[in-house]
Design a protein around this ligand. Structure first.
Ligand SMILES: Nc1ncnc2c1ncn2[C@@H]1O[C@H](COP(=O)(O)OP(=O)(O)OP(=O)(O)O)[C@@H](O)[C@H]1O
Ligand SMILES: [Mg+2]
Length: 328
């Protein structure tokens, strides 16, 4: 899928050595993801499944154990020096917590100005103009330049963080739970901002979230991750409309319906037990120890079953089971 993409992550593994026990933690364990130019892609899964590890590896904060990260046709892992720095500039990371990612001693204007200096803009006047443009692009008034982050709401701070990332003129934003620390009421506004940035500047985004509901509105395609592996990949309409992996069905069944009548009729899929340790993941399908429909065959690796155009599920029974029929 999307082989001509902006970023192609191929069979990426990032394993850690547990400091205390020395065990190998297979946090990200063979993941293939592509992001097209100007495409918004969701990456969803429960806590600990390796989402941040994948995001951090893409931007160079973690060293991969193996695999490829092809950005605009070049493997980042084989680039060095200036060429690597230039590619890294084009891939910016947005952190979950806008509270800790802004300095308390800088005004907003200074924070963005600093990012522009780092990116080589030497002319102070040009930087001032660019700062105003960047603030406008993220929906903040110019006057906010003289304010400090402590005087701002979480949503405004996240907008500033996005403006600062945009100062580098990136091609893609890797956003690690960009709204999870924010008030529920303003989450949709920040998600809308990503849509606007895509429409207005062709910005591609990888939106990482726990919850399938969070990325539904913005993502064109969604990757569902579990215990270091991908369970299902789909164009949004297909993934939300006809989820084919039992894990995706379980995640979707956990989302409350806004319509009270449908909410009463909603069937929830309860998963057995806890997520196993990424040190000793189950053989075959990683999800099988919690899957309500698992059979003996699930101890062998699941096939990547093609469910439709841009829709793949890694399950022996993909499309044959429906744990929670959708009401609509
Ligand atoms: N530096 C590290 N050393 C050892 N183990 C790590 C390290 N970083 C992450 N892990 C482990 O790797 C696994 C995946 O962690 P990761 O933070 O990528 O998950 P996540 O999907 O982002 O979770 P969350 O939703 O809670 O943010 C977890 O078991 C975690 O404990
Ligand atoms: Mg995380």
């Amino acid at each position: 899928m999307m082989s001509g993409g902006l970023i192609n992550i191929v069979d990426l593994k990032t394993h850690f050595r547990d400091r205390r026990t020395g065990a190998e933690v297979k946090a990200c364990d063979g993941v293939t993801v592509s992001i097209g130019e100007g495409e918004i892609v969701g990456l969803v899964g429960e806590s600990g499944c390796g989402k941040s590890t994948l995001g951090r590896t893409i931007v160079g904060l973690e060293r991969p154990t193996s695999g490829k990260i092809i950005f605009r046709g070049e493997d980042l892992l084989s680039l060095r020096g200036r060429r690597l720095a230039e590619s890294r500039r084009q891939i910016q990371y947005i952190f979950q917590d806008p509270y800790s990612s802004l300095s308390t001693r800088q005004t907003i204007g200074q924070a963005i100005d600093e990012a522009l200096v780092i990116n080589g803009e030497k002319n102070a006047k040009a930087r001032r103009k660019r700062t105003e443009e960047l603030l406008a692009a993220v929906g903040l008034p110019t006057q906010i330049m003289d304010r400090y982050s402590r005087e701002m709401s979480g949503g405004q701070r996240q907008r500033v963080c996005i403006a600062r990332a945009l100062a580098a003129n990136p091609k893609v934003l890797i956003c690690d739970e960009p709204v999870s620390s924010l008030d529920v009421s303003i989450r949709a506004q920040i998600m809308n901002l990503f849509l606007q940035l895509r429409d207005e500047m062709g910005m591609a985004c990888l939106l990482i979230a726990h919850d399938l509901a969070v990325v539904r509105q913005a993502a064109q395609r969604v990757y569902v991750m579990y215990l270091g592996r991908l369970m299902e990949i789909g164009e949004s309409g297909a993934l939300y409309g006809t989820p084919s992996h039992p894990y995706t069905q379980a995640l979707l069944s956990a989302i409350p319906d806004t319509d009270p009548r449908q909410e009463r009729a909603r069937q929830r899929v309860l998963l057995n037990g806890d997520v196993p340790s990424p040190v000793n993941p189950p053989t075959g399908c990683r999800f099988r120890t919690r899957c309500p429909t698992a059979q003996a065959i699930c101890e062998t690796s699941p096939p990547a079953k093609v469910m439709g155009p841009d829709h793949i599920a890694a399950c022996h029974f993909a499309g044959e089971v429906n744990l929670a029929p959708t009401q609509h």
